[in-house]
Design a protein around this ligand. Structure first.
Ligand code: GLN
Length: 492
């Protein structure tokens, strides 16, 4: 069944349509692959029985002539999406045993188009992290290893489970969430396509909140076409999310071309970082050449407030997190640590100190600090002002260009234990955070390998609601780069 797991979504759709395989067979092949790749720890909740049930229901629908956009396609769902009747903990101890009685809008949209949930994917606790080393369910491994020393490298985070699962052929696509880069960075580290749409394209209803003004659902896939298909399935207005957009959603998958003739592509000078590995600079240049050869015009641009993006993000995101995570107190759901005779305050304290991991506690403390009476103006308010300036930089840039191309990350995937200190870890997000702060769509497309055999991606940022423009640049790069996975056959 090896070959079934290695199909693209469009190939799988064709096979299903021609009755050359059933959704149940496709699902079984992926479940077998998951069993064989348990070492990656990509899934935090396995749902094989449910997957088989969903696949059988899909086969039945198909036999009755009902065929959704993703009919019968096995998709992984990040554990941050509430899934009805299936444990959803955002990989935190504090949500132990939480089984939502409702379905998130994004996963409901996915299933309404016929997709089969193959399992819940592992992630950094509450989506805080860049290496998937902050999960209560244990770390995820990148299916790639460094060639020079064979070191096991991280998959990136926080959607590391989704990224690893897609690259290891454990599912055909996966849902992720991107607050400051959690789809784009792991996609780059694992060698697949990761898309974060415009803020507001996807409903946040039923997504376990991290930082609400930044959180946005996103997708992983092994090709630009496949990613467009999944994104098309999950986007849509939702009255249950007041920030959900009412803008019309073009059928992304039908509009993906590699036509960038006459398009102006911006190259921001601030993204040339000191100490960035030469290979990354080289691939960036190569990407620019490919776009030029495809008829695009390259324009040097400046995004002058870029250097403030990371500090601003690490004030705003923790501030919102400290407020969002205040609801976990042992009262309503999840973990409750309340030894006999303890007071209410004791219960709060014990539950929160045992329920949250170190990184989450760090963010809650930073967030509470920057929101506190004496520091609000100096930190939070100032950060909000600079956020506006960052958004304005992009607005100006999009007066001159149609899309922006940058590296996705300043380094390839690193080995476990190599970036222990939180600040070094935060630097991973230096290229992804600005678009998040501005609410813009961004995606990563794999274009090559480091000298050490690790995948590298380029990031494309486009104007608000111009996902189609972004996909077209991505497809041009994909066609030129001819990136070939080196994982073929390992897991299946
Ligand atoms: N790595 C970033 C962080 O730790 C981004 C996380 C995310 O996008 N969810 O906050």
């Amino acid at each position: 069944m090896t070959e079934l797991t290695q199909l693209s979504i469009s190939e799988a759709k064709r096979l299903l349509e021609n009755k050359e395989c059933s959704a149940l067979e496709l699902t079984q092949a992926h479940l077998a692959a998951i069993d064989q790749a348990s070492d990656l720890n990509a899934f935090s909740v396995q749902t094989p029985d449910l997957a088989r049930k969903m696949a059988a229901a899909s086969d039945k629908r198909r036999s009755e002539g009902q065929v959704g956009l993703l009919e019968g396609i096995p998709i992984g769902v990040k554990d941050l999406f509430c899934t009805k009747g299936v444990k959803s903990t955002s990989c935190s101890h504090i949500l132990d045993g939480f089984v939502p009685p409702y379905e998130s809008t994004v996963s409901a949209n996915l299933f309404a188009q016929g997709a089969v949930m193959i399992g819940k994917t592992n992630m950094d606790e509450f989506a805080m992290g860049s290496a998937n080393t902050n999960s209560y369910e244990g770390p995820v491994k990148n299916p790639y290893k460094r060639t020079s020393d064979g070191a096991q490298v991280v998959p990136g985070g926080s959607s590391g489970g989704s990224a690893a699962a897609v690259s290891a052929y454990l599912c055909m696509g996966a849902l992720g969430s991107d607050t400051g880069g959690s789809v784009r960075q792991p996609a780059s580290f694992c060698g697949n396509v990761g898309v974060k749409p415009t803020y507001g394209r996807c409903s946040r209803w039923g997504m376990i909140a991290f930082a609400s003004s930044l959180d946005q659902a996103g997708v992983f896939a092994r090709s630009v076409d496949d990613s467009a298909l999944i994104l098309e399935a999950i986007c849509g207005h939702d009255a249950k999310d007041s920030t959900s957009s009412t803008k019309e959603i073009p059928p992304f998958s039908k509009h993906v071309t590699a036509d960038v003739k006459g398009k102006r592509i911006g190259v921001p000078k601030e993204y040339h970082q000191e100490g960035m590995p030469e290979q990354i600079e080289k691939l960036w240049q190569q990407g620019i050449e490919w776009l030029k050869a495809a008829g695009a015009e390259i324009v040097d641009i400046s995004l002058p407030h870029t250097k403030y993006a990371l500090p601003v993000y690490y004030i705003i995101a923790p501030a919102e997190a400290s407020s969002n995570l205040a609801r976990y107190d042992g009262v309503r759901y999840g973990l409750r640590v309340a030894p006999q005779g303890c007071s209410l305050d004791d219960m709060y304290e014990l539950t929160r100190s045992q329920g949250f991991g170190d990184e989450v506690k760090r963010r809650i403390m930073i967030g509470t600090y920057v929101l506190s009476a004496g520091y609000y103006d100096a930190y939070y308010k100032k950060a909000q002002r600079i956020r506006t300036l960052i958004a304005r930089d992009f607005e100006e840039a999009f007066g001159k260009v149609d899309a922006i191309v940058t590296p996705t990350t300043p380094t390839p995937a690193f080995a476990f234990g190599e970036k222990q200190d939180p600040l070094t870890m935060y630097l991973n997000d230096v290229f992804t955070v600005p678009a998040s702060l501005a609410g813009l769509p961004g995606m990563s497309v794999p274009v090559g390998y480091s000298d050490d055999g690790l995948p590298l991606g380029l990031q494309i940022i486009s104007n608000r609601f111009d996902e189609v423009g972004m996909f077209n640049v991505a497809k041009t790069l994909e066609e030129a780069a001819q990136f070939e996975s080196k994982i073929k056959g390992v897991a299946a």
